[in-house]
Write a protein that binds this ligand. Structure first.
Ligand code: NI
Length: 226
């Protein structure tokens, strides 16, 4: 499932982050890749242990916690500290698949990458190229979103970032281990949750909406790993 979540950060929050990101000490993005990815990766990123990355990361994580769509779609168990990257001057990241297991640098714990998320800090008219291209069983999807919006997609998919030929593309990127490992099961739970919410808005609570809510929680109880 791919999901576009609009306005995760307000315009004010984006502007405040951009002021910090525009003066940030960017380093070579190869610091965090596996060998195969390193062959096709050409970008810059914030050093993951820098105070700035931690400060910006905490803004992103706080926004995620308030975002009902993200919580319902990703069913997060744990989220790795967000990365921040910058593509410019032809920078790109060729087709690759993300490592299945990553180490959380804050506590040394292993995390399974189920859900990938990219949060945009630049508007599409600020740069040329830089589309996130995701290939899944339904085809190829090109993504370039307004600043403050984010795209959520399964970490199992092959994906790339097209070369940036004008301006700079600045994004945050992070992985989530979901309570529900299987993308199809997560999608079914998400669809069910959205429809229950819509139904409750239309008819209020009745015996049927309570029964459907119970059904949702029983499926989650059956499938969730904590
Ligand atoms: Ni990737």
């Amino acid at each position: 499932m791919m999901l576009h979540i609009p306005a995760v950060l307000s315009r004010e929050q984006v502007a405040a982050c951009r002021r910090l990101l525009d003066q940030a000490p960017w380093v070579d993005g190869l610091a965090t890749s596996g060998k195969q990815a390193a062959l096709c990766k050409q970008n810059l990123q914030l050093a993951e242990d820098s105070a700035l990355a931690r400060e910006l990361g905490s803004i992103v994580l706080a926004a995620l916690g308030r975002n009902a769509l993200f919580v319902s779609a990703a069913l997060p168990a744990r989220i790795l500290p967000p990365y921040f990257n910058r593509y410019e001057g032809g920078g790109q990241f060729g087709n690759h698949v993300d490592n299945a297991i990553r180490i959380d640098p804050t506590n040394g714990q292993r995390l399974r990458t189920d859900v990938s998320t990219t949060l945009f800090f630049c508007d599409p008219d600020e740069y040329d190229g830089g589309e996130l291209v995701v290939e899944d069983s339904y085809g190829t999807h090109q993504v370039k979103l307004p600043a403050g919006d984010m795209i959520v997609y399964p970490s199992t998919s092959l994906h790339r970032v097209e070369p940036v030929t004008r301006g700079a593309r600045v994004c945050s990127f992070f992985w989530t281990q979901s309570m529900v490992r299987d993308d199809w099961k997560r999608q079914m739970l998400f669809d069910l949750d959205l429809n229950i919410q819509n139904l409750r808005q239309q008819v209020g609570d009745n015996a049927e909406t309570v029964a459907l809510t119970s059904h949702y929680h029983n499926l989650l109880r059956l499938w969730a790993e904590l």
